[in-house]
Design a protein around this ligand. Structure first.
Ligand code: NDP
Length: 314
């Protein structure tokens, strides 16, 4: 099969706040950016409800609406936004090579990586077997299917709290399993969870097995202090235990830490390869906020522009 080849000046991979912000800056700097969105156009904020902490939205905004605003702003300055997934790269050459959906080859002078992160799973067999049949990693996407039902959620970070509160408005009872005797979430989110009458918190509790042959019918949990097990009838099981960076495609060329986050040079978005920049959750395991992702997207575009100009690549 012949692979179609296209030459672009600035290629952006990923379409969360980092990717779109990089696109706005790159387009306004006349770098003629081409963006490939990845499978989840708009990134993780597409799975969020209310965003209350992004400056500029004093009354809050829904995540998907915010990402639509980002997209429109990137398009307004001429970003060429396309649907597609980067499946292979070769950063050893100049221009850099990026294959899209295994079929199309893009040769780019500068590449900005903004592929974000995705949900982690517990790794027990029943979770895989029943995925999509009552097991989900996105309450906002799937909570609707469990109206007035009993559900469970695992995790104790801000995401788990946010999702438990979301589910509590739809479901009769939300059983929340926390593996330690405290939550990692911010104090305000913890208080909201603990003050929601239909969220039942189980401390020192791990998931032994999700029960059901074809759909979720219950869950067996275990107290890791006493060893005691308990079966709870539920129809929905939500996993909210954090995320991992989408860096697998780049790992042969770019330095990563042991969790797979791309390592960028201090105070910059530069990777170990000249002309390749990383921004957003792909390289940030500390802040992981939409606004910090947008900030690093801006840095990536400015650094790409300076580098292209210094090298005289037009
Ligand atoms: P976190 O990494 O903060 O939390 C993950 C949680 O899952 C921890 O409580 C962890 O437990 C638990 N966990 C991990 N593995 C397992 C397992 N195998 N079994 C049971 N529990 C497990 O991830 P989040 O997605 O919650 O948040 C990521 C970042 O995004 C954070 O910085 C957070 O503040 C931010 N965020 C902010 C929001 C906002 O401001 N509105 C909303 C959502 C997220 P343990 O504590 O024991 O390690």
């Amino acid at each position: 099969m012949n692979t179609a080849v296209e030459r672009v000046h600035c290629l952006i991979i990923g379409s969360g706040p980092a990717g779109y912000t990089a696109a706005i800056y790159a387009a306004r700097a006349n770098l003629k950016p081409v963006m490939y969105t990845g499978l989840l156009q708009g990134g993780q904020l597409m799975n969020t409800t209310e965003v209350e902490n992004y400056p500029g939205y004093p009354t809050g905004i829904l995540g998907p609406e915010m990402m639509e605003d980002f997209k429109k702003q990137a398009e307004r300055f001429g970003t060429d936004i396309r649907f597609g997934l980067a499946t292979k790269v070769d950063f050893s050459t100049s221009p850099k090579k990026v294959w899209i959906d295994d079929t199309k080859l893009i040769e780019a002078d500068a590449v900005i990586l903004a592929t974000g992160a995705e949900a982690k799973w517990l790794g027990i067999p029943s979770e895989k077997k029943l995925n999509g049949s009552g097991v989900s990693a996105c309450a906002v996407c799937d909570g609707f299917f469990f109206k007035n039902a009993e559900v469970a959620i695992v995790g104790a970070g801000d995401t788990a709290c946010e999702e438990a509160i979301y589910l509590s408005k739809l479901c009769s009872t939300v059983h929340m399993f926390i593996r330690r005797d405290e939550m990692r979430a911010s104090k305000i989110m913890q208080d909201r969870v603990l003050n929601t009458p239909n969220i039942k918190v189980y401390w020192n509790t791990e998931t032994d097995e999700i029960l059901g042959d074809t759909v979720v019918e219950g869950v067996r949990i275990k107290n890791n202090k006493t060893g005691e097990t308990q079966v709870i009838p539920i129809t929905g099981f939500f996993v909210a235990i954090g995320h991992q960076p989408n860096s697998a495609v780049f790992k042969d060329y770019l330095d990563t830490d042991k969790e797979g986050y791309i390592i960028t040079k201090p105070d910059s978005s530069k990777t170990n390869i000249e002309g390749v920049y990383a921004c957003g959750d792909l390289q940030d395991k500390v802040y992981r906020q939409a606004v910090t992702a947008a900030g690093t997207g801006c840095m990536a575009a400015l650094e790409a522009e300076r580098w292209l100009s210094e090298k005289g690549i037009h």
